[in-house]
Design a protein around this ligand. Structure first.
Ligand code: TEU
Length: 541
């Protein structure tokens, strides 16, 4: 097999909401350490941590004020060293989030830059306004304009995300070098790679006015520009190639063609990317514009991307997306199991988000006061401008707010789901009383135990790890795929609906979400089955 990051599944930890060891209501690194045996028991091999760096927390750590230190709410640098070490002892690798499109405005670089202190004057994208107006018409991902005026410097700075997240200026070689030192700092400490936040936005071609009608005005000047490819090649050459590590790029609005270039080993940029297209299965391009979920739409996009790239990341959830079982299913454990089956049998490196292995669902928000996310809050004026009233806005929040994925991990049925002994920074989902890891441990039919069974099967199957992908058939509410290695085949059939499905099934059923089964060419509601077929052409391997 080629490399460890193609063999193993990745588990994403959202540290704020994973496990709190000291009762301050906020998850932390010692909490993660205490759950290493649980993580090991899942069968995953790589743990990706959302940011734990020093940060004021305006965007939950994606606004970094010191890349080379751990935020006190998460612990210390020595806790992080301990995590890396203890994980390694269990055969688990740690991957960190690399957020280098922007820093926090509290970062020393920005503080010096706004005072024009050398050598930081041009670390950010500063411009004079046009009269009383900002330098151009670009809009932010989080709603509103993308420029903020800084009184100290007397100029505007660009922020594609929140106001407290000024974009770095990659035309300045000193910025490139500073960022390379950050990568080196963590790789030398023993991390095994990076998930690279909005990495295809680093290079801004120009600061001209954008096409005014787009959802993201100005994006034609900064998404996937040639300058960004050149930067990624440089990072690989100068830093990454010196370590046994991998990178996965979070690549906003990436096309299959662009993704192929970004992950082409000959170009030496990234190892894989997160594409977003399948996240549109229940919305129009942006999650605030909902449409009815159609399984066909999801299948079509997944298959398109399976075919488009020799290797890529595969995911249904992360900290920015609602829970898949609520969005793409009926919220039931059966649906969660069916979805995990497809996720872990597609070709590529699977990424599972904390709680997905339990079938955690969207949050039961009572009102806007339960919402913590800066994106959700900033979107309210934009949604109002679209003519939505408060009730409608809240309905969209319930459906699409990133906080759906950010509620605490549900460990037990006890107070605060066993996440903290204090008051959690965000409410715990009320369904933790029945939906929690402890209850699922003891239930052989639980989502958790299905996940473990699947992972064990996948870890032992060269066909699932390496085999080619082929779509056999996709219908309105079921999909059948094949993975093939040499002349050996595995078929996976998933009924993506709460009705029985009739479909041809051939082979020996080795695993079914519904227990031991005889082949009768019918799948129960949300049933997923893995079938092994005897080697073709009568030849044995
Ligand atoms: O997300 C980038 C990104 O594309 C999202 O902001 C996306 O537009 C939004 O979540 C859809 O609702 C990354 C991180 O994953 C996210 O948590 C950060 O807020 C963002 O970058 C800024 O760093």
């Amino acid at each position: 097999m080629e490399t460890w990051w193609k063999e193993q599944a990745v588990y994403q930890i959202y540290p704020m909401s994973f496990c709190d060891s000291n009762g301050d209501g906020m998850g932390d690194i010692p909490g993660i350490i205490s759950k290493l045996p649980y993580l090991k028991s899942l069968g995953v091999g790589i743990l990706w941590l959302s940011p734990v760096y020093r940060s004021p927390g305006e965007d939950n750590g994606y606004d970094i004020s010191d890349y080379c230190d751990i935020d006190p709410k998460f612990g210390t640098l020595s806790d992080m060293d301990e995590l890396i070490q203890k994980a390694r002892e269990l055969g688990l690798r740690i991957v960190m989030d690399l957020v280098i499109n922007h820093t926090s405005s509290a970062h020393a670089w920005f503080q010096k830059s706004r005072r024009r202190e050398a050598p930081y004057e041009d670390f950010y994208i500063w411009r004079d306004g046009k009269g009383k107006r900002p330098p151009n018409n670009w809009t932010s991902f989080f709603g509103g304009g993308a420029w903020a005026f800084d009184e100290v410097r007397g100029q505007y700075y660009l922020h594609l995300f929140a106001k407290g997240q000024p974009d770095l200026n990659y035309r300045n070689p000193a910025v490139i070098e500073a960022v390379e030192r950050v990568m080196d700092f963590w790789l030398a400490r023993g991390v095994s790679g990076f998930r690279c936040d909005v990495i295809n936005l680093l290079w801004k071609d120009s600061l001209k006015n954008g096409f005014p009608k787009g959802a993201l005005v100005g994006s034609e000047y900064y998404i996937g520009r040639p300058g960004c490819h050149a930067l990624l090649q440089r990072f690989r050459r100068e830093v990454l190639s010196r370590y046994d590590c991998f990178t996965v790029g979070e690549t906003v609005l990436v096309s299959p063609k662009k993704a192929r270039a970004l992950t082409d080993p000959d170009r030496g940029e990234l190892d894989m990317v997160f594409s977003f297209e399948h996240m549109d299965a229940d919305c129009f391009l942006v999650k605030w514009l909902p449409r009815k979920f159609k399984a066909q739409r999801l299948f079509r996009s997944l298959v398109k991307w399976q075919k488009a790239l020799p290797w890529n990341a595969v995911y249904f959830e992360n900290h920015d997306q609602g829970r898949s079982v609520s969005r793409f299913g009926d919220g039931s454990p059966a649906a969660a199991k069916a979805m995990l089956t497809l996720l872990l049998t597609l070709r590529g490196t699977p990424f599972v988000y904390q709680g997905e292995e339990l079938g955690m669902t969207n949050f039961d928000f009572a009102g806007m006061e339960d919402i913590r996310d800066v994106e959700s809050k900033n979107m309210v004026p934009t949604l109002k401008k679209l003519g939505l009233n408060d009730k409608q806005i809240f309905a969209r929040m319930k459906r699409a707010s990133r906080d759906n994925a950010r509620t605490p991990m549900q460990w037990t049925a006890g107070p605060q789901a066993g996440f903290t002994e204090g008051t959690p920074w965000i409410k715990v989902n009320g369904n933790h009383v029945t939906l929690n890891a402890q209850a699922e441990e003891g239930d052989p039919d639980s989502v958790l135990n299905w996940f473990r069974t699947l992972m064990a099967y996948r870890n032992g199957s060269e066909i699932l790890k390496q085999g080619r992908f082929r779509l056999i058939s996709r219908e309105k509410s079921w999909i059948k795929i094949e993975r093939r290695l040499g002349n050996e085949r595995v078929t996976v059939a998933v009924n993506w609906s709460s009705k029985e499905a009739k479909l041809p099934l051939v082979g020996r059923p080795v695993l079914s979400t519904h227990g031991t089964r005889v082949l009768d060419c019918r799948l129960q509601p949300w049933e997923a089955v893995i079938l092994e077929e005897p080697p073709q052409n009568g030849s044995e391997k």
